[in-house]
Design a protein around this ligand. Sequence first.
Ligand code: TMP
Ligand code: ZN
Length: 425
Amino acid sequence: MNNITGIKYKINIAENNFKHNTKCRVCGNEKLHKFLSLGPIPLANSFLRKNQLDKTEDFYPLDVYFCSNCSLVQLLDVVSPKVLFKEYPYITGASKPMRIHFNGLTEDVFENYKISKDGLVIDIGSNDGTLLKCFSKFGLRILGIEPASNIARLAETNKIPTVNKFFNENCAVNVYKEYGPADIITATNVFAHTDNLENILRGVNHLLSNSGVFVIEVPYILNLLNNIEFDTIYHEHLSYFGVRPLTHLFRKFGMNIVNVKKIPVHGGSIRIFVQKFVTQQPQNVTKLLSLERGAKLDSLDTYMKFAEHVVLIKNKLVKLLMTLKNDGNRITGYGATAKGNTLLNYCKIGTDILDYISDTTPYKQGLYTPGMHIPIFSEEKFHEDPPDYTLLLAWNYADAILQKEKEYRKNGGRFILPIPEPKVI
Ligand code: TMP
Ligand code: ZN
């Protein structure tokens, strides 16, 4: 294994760009246990241009902790949001499965809640406006709040009214003054990204109408643990939620979970509906809480075992790739995902193994992955010059991708799935 790519670039631990928390972000407990260390590695979305490859790259610790009081799994090293989200390469609308998913979300809201015809929907972390576009089909007024300036501009070009700001209490007060109360507030993949959750919730509390519904989606910790989705751990994802810590959090603000359901995105997530002035705990919340107790999500031992599994996956994957490579096979990566960058950096998989990574996002094409510096090309290149094997870094879209690449597979091309156990399919 010693000819696997070593770190051949300059490392800089970017001390000035992150802070280290000493308390749990949900309950304030100081008794936190580190159970896994995946870093130091660069930020998962800090793709590089060719002329940046020789420059010193910023690395950050990637250590994962467990709170023995409220069971929240979390990072304590918090990279400044200004560094993380100023320019952002992830565009929701680039993934067809996400467009379909968001259509489903809007239908879910309309089926379960009475929303007035001229109601206002506000999406926190609205990205390119893909979700809001689905809502606008129902005739609602829409407003996006998006901190990344490049993405906010893109949304405006797509005719999605967008405030280019971080959402917090201050932002909520200003939005309320201009637009009034919101009937629906959505925050998909925002909670896991936020250090100061209380500031967001104060803002939501201010902005949400009394009968309004707040909908959040977060990756679910049980899926992370069951499928060993360790690569979904990266600096942007500060918390790995179960229902238990979320219940704890909303109660602090007089809000309650009124519905929860499991959804298949991002390796398995939960969609949670929250309202003010409702105190009854619905049955499906009780059910998930008991599932979490059964899975021993409140025990450090559960997480220690998970960490052991992660090391096993790393060793097995590297061995598999090396064997295939030594047998003369050409291998690429499929999907230049953020999680792919955790996987590649943690396992030190570089250009000596993967020729390139194909990705459908135009923004990423022509760039290089952070840390391992693997070039990213379009999907056309993958079809024009197909490799013998391709490592499925976008495993969360496995079904859609395997279906889409039927021709490649029929012609002998093979996908390698990295988790829950590396295997060729
Ligand atoms: P995500 O897992 O964060 O949604 O990112 C998915 C990435 O994978 C995104 O960069 C687009 C890319 N992708 C492909 O290249 N081909 C595909 O068929 C799909 C679904 C995604
Ligand atoms: Zn806690």
